[in-house]
Design a protein around this ligand. Structure first.
Ligand code: SF4
Length: 455
């Protein structure tokens, strides 16, 4: 008898253990409780789809707290075939797929499995925007024997948690710094290519635009910086912001009457400057389908970020000098002092003005700009700047870093000690992208744990 069985007997068997916490029938769980049960593995990992296909959940993936399907980076095997990676959506009622507009939302194109706990009497197919038929699984809530866990980690612990814990801290630091250095050099190489193709100013401008768009609107910002190159943006002088907003497709004719006074004045100026140039840029305007507005903090709204880009262009000689110097303190000062009469107090082009002044570029964006644009450019010009990069403190962590840290380190004290610098966080992200995101075997075929021994 193993320890678990002995413990079960000692506390009176499983039936007793469930007493008082069994869910009353009929079982009505809200979506969050269902998701918690699902992620905890309470429904099991083997199912049959509605049309009889065997389904095995190889990886439960990670929670998605942003717009889009409930779970990302899952891995599912159908009828014993090699696992497929994608997202999983869990609804209480299967009709929620249509009711919530998932069928016409391209974010749901990546869904490989649709779970639900209730079905109607009529037949229903889960179809995506591209008319793909998503396999459906009806979950049996009556099989649940206990309440949903109140705390669940963001992601499951990986197989490498043990081997990493067994390594001395210095070794783990070495590995993270090694992957951070690799990541920095890769970014430096791609910015060097942009410099070769378009010149150093345009490369810096495109890098900054991509960093402001990160992550949901990186493509949109990159397109804008390509379609309105810096030399044209600089030539537009006081009309730069009108060109940026016009090209972004944000200046559609609307009734100004519904907005507050400051928004009306600002919008009228943008329109008046954009309208005469509209025909010239019409073909290059970004369509609304490219923008992702949901799931963003109001202060990070892409329109505010576009306002920040306009101000960076306005202060271009200073920005260029900051790039040459790459002094984190001076970069911080510049971005803290960056102001815009309108965007200091507005979330969007049409929102009401707030009293408190908001930073145009927040702390986490500033760190991204240093880590992903200014330092890669500095290291590409002078490899010795790597040692300065290692000293950059990480003011904040982000969700992706948290997920990667949970997978590799669990909740160990070491995790928090290790991730205090930008370099260590970037190193962790590189490992996550190279190994975790490539893996669809729930860590079983991942080479990282074995490679640790060879470092
Ligand atoms: S996929 Fe590899 S690196 Fe990622 S958690 Fe699993 S064992 Fe670790």
């Amino acid at each position: 008898m193993h320890d678990g069985e002995r413990y079960g007997e000692w506390r009176g068997g499983f039936a007793r253990m469930s007493e008082g916490v069994l869910i009353d029938a009929p079982i009505r769980l809200n979506e969050h409780e269902l998701q918690a049960h699902w992620f905890a593995g309470d429904f099991g990992r083997n199912f049959l789809t509605r049309d009889g296909v065997r389904v095995q959940i190889v990886q439960f993936g990670t929670w998605n707290h942003e717009a889009g399907p409930d779970f990302a980076e899952a891995s599912v095997s159908f009828d014993g075939a090699p696992p497929v990676k994608g997202c999983i959506e869990l609804d209480t009622d299967w009709r929620d797929w249509e009711r919530h507009g998932h069928a016409t939302n391209e974010d749901y194109e990546s869904v490989i499995l649709h779970l639900f706990t209730q079905r109607g009497t009529l037949d229903f197919f889960t179809r995506t925007l591209q008319h793909r038929n998503v396999p459906q699984v009806l979950l049996d809530v009556t099989a649940l024997t206990h309440r949903a866990p109140e705390f669940l980690p963001e992601a499951k612990l990986g197989r490498c948690v043990g081997p990493l814990r067994a390594l001395p801290e210095e070794k783990v630091r070495e590995i993270l710094l090694g992957s951070a250095h690799f990541r920095l050099q890769r970014k430096a190489a791609s910015l060097a290519l942009l410099t070769e193709l378009h010149g150093s100013d345009e490369a810096l401008y495109q890098g900054l635009a991509a960093a402001l768009g990160y992550k949901s609107n990186k493509l949109a910002f990159t397109l804008i910086s390509q379609r309105l190159p810096l030399r044209l943006a600089l030539r537009a002088k006081a009309e730069t912001d009108a060109l940026l907003f016009g090209l972004s497709g944000f200046l559609n004719a609307a009734d100004l009457g519904e907005y507050d006074a400051t928004a009306r004045i600002y919008l009228r100026r943008l329109w008046e400057q954009w309208w005469p140039r509209r025909a010239q840029y019409e073909r290059l305007t970004i369509g609304p389908g490219i923008w992702k507005m949901s799931g963003q903090r109001p202060a990070n709204h892409p329109q505010r970020r576009l306002g920040a880009l306009a101000q960076i262009i306005r202060h271009w000689p200073k920005m260029r000098a900051l790039k040459e110097e790459c002094d984190p303190a001076a970069v911080r000062r510049f971005f803290h002092e960056l102001r815009d009469e309108y965007w200091d107090h507005h979330f969007t082009l049409t929102s009401k003005a707030g009293n408190a002044r908001m930073a145009l570029v927040g702390e986490s964006r500033l760190t991204e700009i240093l880590a992903n644009v200014l330092f890669p450019l500095a290291v590409s010009a002078n490899p010795e700047r790597w040692s300065d990069y290692q000293k950059l403190p990480a003011a904040l962590s982000n969700r992706r870093v948290e997920i990667a840290a949970t997978r590799l380190f669990g909740e160990s004290v070491r995790r928090h000690e290790l991730l205090r610098s930008v370099a260590m966080q970037q190193g962790l992200l590189q490992i996550y992208e190279d190994f975790c995101m490539q893996d669809s075997s729930d860590c079983q075929r991942c080479r990282f744990p074995e490679q640790l021994a060879r470092w």
